[in-house]
Each structure stands twice: as C-alpha cells, then as structure tokens.
Design a protein around this ligand. Structure first.
Ligand SMILES: Nc1ncnc2c1ncn2[C@@H]1O[C@H](COP(=O)(O)OP(=O)(O)OP(=O)(O)O)[C@@H](O)[C@H]1O
Ligand SMILES: O=c1[nH]c(=O)c2[nH+]cn([C@@H]3O[C@H](COP(=O)(O)O)[C@@H](O)[C@H]3O)c2[nH]1
Ligand SMILES: NC(=O)CC[C@H](N)C(=O)O
Ligand SMILES: [Mg+2]
Length: 527
C-alpha cells in the first residue's frame, strides 16, 4: 500500500474494472470478485479510459441488452486496449470484442436462455485452469458467426461453437455465458482464474485492510481541524459510518439522531445508550416529534407523508449544522452519509434511473444545495461487507444484524392519518411482534419484520362484549437485496401466540392478519 495521501480505494487496492453495458447481472461480477478478496469496481461502459485516475489490473466487459450491430448500441472506449492489461468480455462484452475486431456478430436462429454444458477444448489455458466440462448459464440471442483474428476457440456448447475464445498473446478473453450467476457451476473459479492467475491481482481486499485505508482517507480529507456532522439513525449503515468517523476524528464528528415521533418503542433512548455509552460516539438526540406530527396532521397520502418527513429532516439538519460551533472557528465543513455501493451502482447505471415506485427518504441525498461537502465512507461497500466491518469494529451483534428501519419510520406503517393514538397502537403491536420473534430465536433468519396498522375496523367479541376495532397486519420477509422478497414461513403456533398477545394487550386492535405477498408484486413496506 502506498503512503501517499489516500484519495480513492481503487488507487490503494489492486482493482479489476468492470465496465457495465447494462446487464442485470453486472454488479454480481463485482460481488464475486470481492468474495475472493480481489477489489473490483463498476463503471459505465461509456467511461473514458484517459479519465481514470488509477490503473486497473484487468478489465471485464459485462453483458448487456443491446446488439452490437444496432445503430445506438454502446461501445467501449478503444483506449481500453492501450492499458495493456488482460480483458475479459462476457456475453455482450465478447460480442463487442469480436465487433471491434471486425468480425461478424449476427442474430442467432433462436435465443439461448438457461443451462448449457460447456465442452472445454483446451484445458491448458489459464481461464479454465482446474475446471473441466461444467454447466453454464446462457442468456443471449446474438452469436459470433466467425472467430475474430488472432483468437482461438477454447470451449463450445451444443448451440455455441464460440462459447469461449482467447487471444492469449494479447491477453484478451471472451465467453458467451455468464460466470457471475450461481447457475454457472464453476463461474466463480473462472473469475478467480481471470483475476488472480491472468491479471495477477492480489487478494488484499478485506475489511481489516479497509478500516486502515478508510480512516487514513477520512483524516486526509477532513484535515487536522475540520469538523463533520452526520445523521445517524441507529441503523447498521449510519452506525458503522459513524464509528469509522469517531475512530478517524473523535469528537470532531457530531452525530445527530432525530426523534421524529415515529420511531419504535424506546428506540431513541436505546440508540443513544448504545452509540454514546457503548461506542463512544458524540451523539445528540434532537426531539422533534411535535414538529413532525403537526406537519403530518390530516395527511393520508403515502407519498405526501414521505415528502413531509424527508423535508422536515432537512430543516432540522440544517438548523443543527448551523448551531454547532467548530473548535477551530468557522463552520461545519462536512456531512457524513451512509451511502452504500448499491446506491452508487443505481446512480451510475448505464440504463439510467428506473421508474420511481416510492420516494425513499435519504437525509443527505436531499441536501445537494448545501455548502457541506460529502463524506461517504461506505460508498464502495455492499451491505454484507458493512456488516462484516461493523463486527470487526466491535459494534454489538444485535446492532449489526438489526433489520433495516426506514427513515419515515412507522408513519408509513400506519395507513391513513398518523395521530398520537395510532402511533401508540402501531408501536405497541410492533414491539410485541419483534419481542416474540427474538424470543423464538428467529430474528436473524428474517430479513425484516414489522407490524402495520390498517385503518379498517372489524367486529370481534371479547369477554362476551362486541368489539369494533382496527386490524394489525404482520409482515416478515426473506431477501438478499430487498429488490425482491419472499414472505417468511412461521410456525402456526408462533403466529397464533403473537395474534393472541396483540389482541389481548393492545387496546384498539380486534384482529391480526399475516401478509403473504411477495415482492414483486407487493413492496416490503405497505406505503
Ligand atoms: N431518525 C433519524 N435521525 C437521523 N438520521 C436518520 C434518521 N433516520 C434515518 N436517518 C438517516 O437516513 C439515512 C438513510 O436511512 P436508512 O434506513 O436507509 O439507513 P440506516 O438507518 O443507516 O440503516 P438501515 O438501512 O439498516 O436502517 C441513515 O443512514 C441516516 O443517515
Ligand atoms: O431509509 C429508508 N427510507 C425510506 O423512505 C424507505 N422506504 C422503504 N425503505 C426500506 O427499503 C426496503 C425496500 O422497501 P420497499 O420494498 O417498500 O421499497 C425495505 O427495507 C424498506 O424498509 C426505506 N428506507
Ligand atoms: N446477455 C447479454 O449480454 C446479451 C447480449 C446480446 N444482447 C444478445 O442477445 O446476444
Ligand atoms: Mg434506517
């Protein structure tokens, strides 16, 4: 590692550059490489190579939905060949290599989608080293109709005579299948062969090395006197980011927890205790419950609720930033954000942003016109890497593995108007539900669970009395990325017990239902 001031992670760790042509799986290439400790970063396929501030150890061209011969098809900057590093083209990426080479790519007779068996023709080559005939996953319509000049065929399938090709002298490789998806049985080994044997990237990417790099990077950025403010929710992302800041600059970091009145039962007090007393983070809790609740009065539209909460967060944050007086004089210079790599990927996506289903609030994301400069220590990390980092930094297990909790809190779990009475009901029911999940020892098996309060009344009978009260819907999901999710299958006895407790203990609830909808078509939250 260099002793120069640290600016970019890719300048410190050997890095494989993944150029994204818009495949659904591009980010998985990055993930797989990092799984065997090789750092990888994804950039759009339109990246100008001369504008890179670091030199990759190798380049991977991803798949993509286009056909290379289309008029508006994206193409890689030809300077990529001047880098003089190994290149691997995957699916569209291989077709692109052939197209640049002047060889034909044509629409195939029929689309090939699903499994195929690879026949390795040349088991001596480095890409297939140690892997023989194996199952691969195909997803293409186009195919090479000729071998590009200087290349040889190293593997075939029944439908693809050029399933893998190599120009060993120039160190350029192409494969028609997708090694990044788990359906390709030896895919990870193949990527490892490329990154480690062919590109000679070292395997130093791990969270222990990252901590040192990152702390040094923060110190360099902030300088000896700079002060930083950050919104901290008690969720894993902002907590890990805050802990890194605290290690880097101590009390020059000011963490702010906003009590928006729609946090869970005892949440603010518990977060304050864990972060201040437990982790030594300089955290101030701002009680803004009244401000949020008065603005939410009478509002029932989900998007309006989200916007009101997002905007109020900003006001409070601006107020706090102005209130804090840095020791060295002047004003607070920096704003900490817990941005993760998936957010970055989404924003650099070659395909552009997808349709808005709901407005996710993000405090920092909405502060663009502020003078504060951003610090995003986690912007290179996936969630599981953040969790590993959290554990390494001594953040308690329960906090590291906490289910995500949205910024707008239980306001988007109370359908209809958010009133103090409704908050009390939703909070209490949620508390019982989560308490029972923890008691049953299944909290870590579930990705996210919560209770929703529905504004419909239903008839019940309790102690021979007719009741006419509201409904609680329980939600629990399993997911790896929150983009898609399945509902969790509880034991019937568990649900029976939770339903009984909620109806008995929570005033205002006469009925409990369990949400058995996956995402899609539903979303995780009800609003
Ligand atoms: N009550 C709050 N007070 C201060 N900041 C908040 C609050 N709620 C959310 N934020 C800010 O909004 C950001 C986005 O929230 P988000 O829920 O996505 O992340 P998180 O809370 O850090 O982690 P997790 O996704 O595990 O809940 C947080 O990182 C934090 O900076
Ligand atoms: O910080 C956040 N601010 C928000 O406004 C927000 N809305 C949803 N979520 C969380 O995102 C994940 C996916 O939720 P949805 O399927 O409901 O979109 C789930 O984990 C949700 O809890 C939010 N998080
Ligand atoms: N998955 C891909 O990269 C597909 C590439 C190209 N669009 C094809 O259909 O062949
Ligand atoms: Mg959160």
């Amino acid at each position: 590692m260099s002793s120069e001031p640290v600016v970019e992670v890719s300048a410190v760790f050997d890095t494989i550059l993944v150029l994204d042509f818009g495949s659904q799986y591009s980010h998985l290439i990055t993930r797989r490489l990092r799984e065997f400790n090789v750092y990888a970063e994804m950039l759009p396929c339109t990246q100008k190579i001369s504008e890179l501030t670091w030199k990759p150890k190798g380049v991977i061209l991803s798949g993509g939905p286009y056909s290379v011969y289309d008029k508006d098809a994206p193409h890689v900057d030809h300077d990529v060949f001047k880098l003089d590093v190994p290149i691997l083209g995957i699916c569209y990426g291989m077709q692109e290599l052939a197209w640049i080479n002047g060889r034909g790519v044509a629409r195939g007779e029929h689309r090939e989608y699903g499994h195929a068996t690879i026949h390795v023709k040349d088991s001596d080559n480095k890409l297939f080293h140690g892997i023989d005939n194996f199952q691969v996953w195909m997803s293409h319509g186009d195919k090479l109709n000729d071998l590009p000049t200087g290349f040889k065929t190293i593997a075939t399938t029944d439908n693809s005579p050029y399933a893998a090709i190599a120009h060993e002298k120039e160190n350029i490789w192409g494969i028609q299948f997708h090694p990044e998806v788990t359906h390709t049985t030896k895919g990870k080994q193949l990527l490892r062969n490329f990154a480690i044997d062919i590109c000679q990237a070292d395997q130093k990417w791990n969270m222990k090395n990252f901590i040192h790099t990152e702390i040094e990077r923060i110190r360099t950025l902030v300088g000896e006197h700079g002060e930083v403010i950050g919104a901290v929710s008690g969720g894993v992302d902002s907590t890990v980011a805050a802990k890194l800041m605290k290690e880097a600059i101590g009390d020059r970091f000011h963490a702010i927890l906003v009590d928006n009145g729609v946090m869970r039962l005892n949440e603010c007090a518990e977060v304050k205790k864990t972060l201040s007393d437990g982790l030594g983070i300089n955290l101030t809790v701002i009680d803004a419950a009244d401000e949020f609740l008065s603005k939410l009065k009478g509002v029932t539209d989900p998007e309006k609720k989200r916007k009101i909460i997002g905007n109020t967060f900003i006001h409070i944050f601006e107020r706090e930033a102005a209130r804090i007086q840095p020791k060295a004089g002047g004003e607070i210079e920096y704003l900490l954000q817990g941005t993760l790599y998936p957010d970055v990927i989404e924003s650099i996506s070659f395909k552009g942003p997808s349709q808005t289903i709901k407005t996710h609030h993000n405090v920092g994301g909405l502060l663009e016109d502020m003078k504060l400069k951003l610090i995003e220590p986690l912007r290179e990390l996936f969630k599981d890497e953040v969790r590993a980092l959290g554990e390494l930094m001594g953040i308690p297990h329960d906090l590291v593995w906490r289910h995500p909790f949205p910024g707008p809190g239980i306001a988007i779990r109370i359908l209809g108007e958010v009133t103090p009475e409704q908050i009390k009901i939703a909070r209490h029911a949620d508390h019982i539900y989560i308490e029972e999940i923890k008691k049953a020892g299944i909290y870590d098996k579930i990705s996210q669970a919560f209770a929703c309060l529905l504004p419909v009344k239903s008839v019940g009978v309790m102690g021979d009395q007719r009741t006419y009260e509201q409904v609680i819907a329980l939600r629990a999901i399993e997911t790896s990325d929150f983009m898609t999710a399945d509902w969790y299958i509880f034991d019937a006895a568990f649900l029976k017990n939770v339903a009984k407790r909620i109806v008995n203990e929570v005033d205002g609830v006469a009925r409990v239902v369990y949400d058995i909808t996956s995402k899609p078509p539903a979303t995780v939250e009800w609003e």
